[in-house]
Design a protein around this ligand. Sequence first.
Ligand code: UD1
Length: 413
Amino acid sequence: MVIRGGRPLSGRVEVSGAKNAVLPAIVASLLIDEPLTIGNVPDLRDVETQLALVEALGKAISRDGDTLVITGEASRAEAPEEVVSRMRASFLCLGPLLARFGEAHVPLPGGCVIGARPVDLHLEGLRRLGAEVEVCEGVVHARGRLHGGEVWLRYPSVGATEQLLLAGAVIPEPVEVVNPAREPEVMDLARLLSAMGAEISFSEDRITIQGGKLRGTGHHVIPDRIEAGTYLLAGAITGGEVEVAGARPEHLTALLVKLEECGVGIAVEGRTICLKARVPWSGVEVETAPYPGFPTDLQPQFTSFLALARGRSVIWERVFESRFGHVGELLRMGARITLQGQAILIEGVEGLRGAEVVATDIRAGAALVLAGLAAHGETRINGLDHLRRGYENIEGKLAQLGAEVWVEELNVT
Ligand code: UD1
């Protein structure tokens, strides 16, 4: 992707459906034989990967615009390695396959390289529900009839909570998940499973799932809060004025509060967030945390924004231990950032300059796009595949806001 930076962005952009909500919803289709209809599905590489997974497991898919219909019966308990190695969210098929077949064989997941990202909480949770689990040559083999029980998560992992919700939805006794994740995408999965017939309730410290025989249903995916946040930051970092439409502002409170603390003007009108930048903006301290804390998936993009703030900023990354793939590339564009353990210290600079850089994961790529939009000169971002995994039509949406951006396909011979 090539960006000629320095133009303030202005105008309106529409948010797509949430990547991290649609991926577990697709896996939920494995729990039923009746059709599952999912609306507001974004056109993303990760969605293709998840669909390839459920197809390989026996389901059939038809698509009409942004609506998917998944039909047929799951017929295999072994997930193909070439799919699971591409994306971590595909590991969520473990619980549903085990619950349906009494056994499941799923390779350990791949995905973005942002820390160790083990799956011990997923496996411990399923063990507590009666599974025998062993890992052999990179493949997880799980067997047994699942039963109800109480699972305590030492950390409110999004993936582990979703894994247990999916499995619990077909277990005929209550499953209690103590210290669950409460991200909007987790809630969206709970809403879908409830519509399929599971009884799910939330209290202060736990989720209780009473599963049973599920039925087909229709589901409309929530808007992508991370995509919305990325476009808000694109407006802010270029000194522009943007409207992000079709969002759920209440899912973005932590970001909106921090932007206001930096001096940026924010107004919410229903499902539209209006942002008016203020130049210069001030530096702040921010710490990533599970929802409703500041999302780790906006940390790289916020780093780019703070690289141009007045004064000093600190970001503490508390969710992943090494999510700093963007920092080295931002340095090459003129940012002044030092890494200190889990913290990034940022000395704001007057300007960034375009450079040739490499996206190492989805959100690091988005951080480089933001830096490129604000930089003087031309920025060439290699590793576009990462952006395609998580951002629908990113160059089109940015161009709509007035950015000078285009994509050059490399002809490798
Ligand atoms: C999901 C999101 C990802 C987001 C993350 C945190 C999807 C598809 N991805 O990822 O975009 O950045 O939530 O909001 O929804 N952990 C363990 N053991 C486990 C599981 C996790 O130690 O079994 C640790 C991880 O290493 C990490 C932390 O828990 O340090 C958070 O991970 P988790 O919440 O599980 O994130 P994901 O579900 O992988």
